[in-house]
Ligand binder design. Structure first.
Ligand code: PMV
Length: 324
């Protein structure tokens, strides 16, 4: 106890999206999902439980969080304390190594790093699947950031069996992503609120879980075949099916911005010219391009004609969590 532990976790982008909760409190999803962990974007989190503290002290990128802003982290620390049978408060310091204003979700890497650092600092020795279950309680996408490469979150039915497992940690074919940063502002509708609204009101939502499960099976086969075109096609259609549920919600909403459509058109044009590239999007306007390293220079050259060079971030597949 009282040891200071630092863990690093990388963010991930889903190729088959998690969208909608079956149990909002435990964060059990309506469908299984599959992601790619990314190398350049990660969070380092240091946790130390200290008997001298009279409340949790949480800072992100050097900024001390207020009680309200730190609520999700404190609730997560309560879970860890409960598991470890301790009452001590903790000092948590987190640094996001995602370019500022990237608008890429940091909750995946953030809660995965917190789960790893806090559990170890509290004296728990959790296996990777147990860490994945714990990270899930902070943020759904964090469930997958425990592992590197392609990762599958098996939805399960309860707290014990809803967890991620590596699908292919060491990727031996050419695949990477380009993140196109279009809008640095905080998302208009947080993923948590967006999902809840869609599940409750979209008449199309019922079609989502079964179609996502079918896409997941096809995606796993495409990865085993190392078929970049099939992976890209499946990821793109899966993402657009997810986004269709927001337009059909009541009230309707969308994560698309005008620049999102512009980026999509550029990708489609590149593809019509024989370059393999596909797009995916999460609960925000930024577009992520799925492509090979080989064709990345040609894609970047085209994108640079429309977007600032420093808004185009190339991301190779990344590793799972590590203690540093
Ligand atoms: O767990 P959250 O709140 O980060 O939700 C993630 C939802 C999506 O990014 C849209 C899809 C996904 O599977 O990551």
């Amino acid at each position: 106890m009282n040891k200071s532990i630092t863990a690093r976790a990388h963010t991930n982008i889903a190729l088959i999206k998690y969208w909608g909760k079956a149990d909002p409190k435990l964060i059990i999803p309506q469908n299984s999902s599959l992601s790619l962990t990314l190398e350049p974007f990660y969070t380092d989190t240091t946790v130390q439980f200290l008997p001298t503290l009279d409340q949790d002290q949480i800072s992100i990128d050097g900024q001390l969080l207020t009680n309200v802003a730190g609520l999700r982290v404190r609730e997560f620390l309560d879970l860890v304390r409960q598991r470890a049978g301790i009452q001590t408060f903790a000092r948590v310091a987190s640094t996001n190594h995602v370019p500022t204003a990237a608008g890429l979700a940091s909750s995946a890497s953030g809660f995965a790093a917190l789960a790893a650092a806090a559990s170890k600092a509290a004296g728990l020795e959790l296996s990777l699947p147990e860490l994945s279950r714990l990270a899930r309680r902070g943020s759904g996408s964090a469930t997958r950031s425990i592992y590197g490469g392609f990762v599958e979150w098996q939805k399960g039915h309860n707290d014990a069996d809803s967890l991620a497992l590596p699908f292919q940690e060491n990727i031996d074919f050419d695949i990477q992503m380009i993140a196109i940063l279009l809008d640095p502002r905080p998302k208009k509708v947080a993923s948590r609120a967006g999902m809840a609204q869609v599940v409750a009101t979209s008449p199309y939502y019922a079609a989502w879980p079964p179609t996502a499960e079918k896409d997941l099976l096809a995606m796993k086969a495409a990865i085993l075949k190392k078929d970049l075109n099939l992976i890209g096609q499946l990821a793109e259609t899966n993402a657009m099916k997810m986004h269709a549920t927001t337009l059909s919600a009541n009230p309707p909403f969308t994560y698309f911005e005008p620049e999102t459509l512009q980026a999509i058109e550029i990708i489609q044009n590149l593809r019509n010219n024989g370059i393999s590239c596909y797009y995916t999007m999460d609960a925000g306007p930024n577009v992520k391009v799925i492509c090979s390293a080989k064709e990345t220079p040609a894609i970047l050259a085209q994108l640079r004609q429309h977007f600032p060079a420093d808004h185009l971030l190339v991301a190779k597949p990344g590793p799972g969590i590590a203690y540093i």
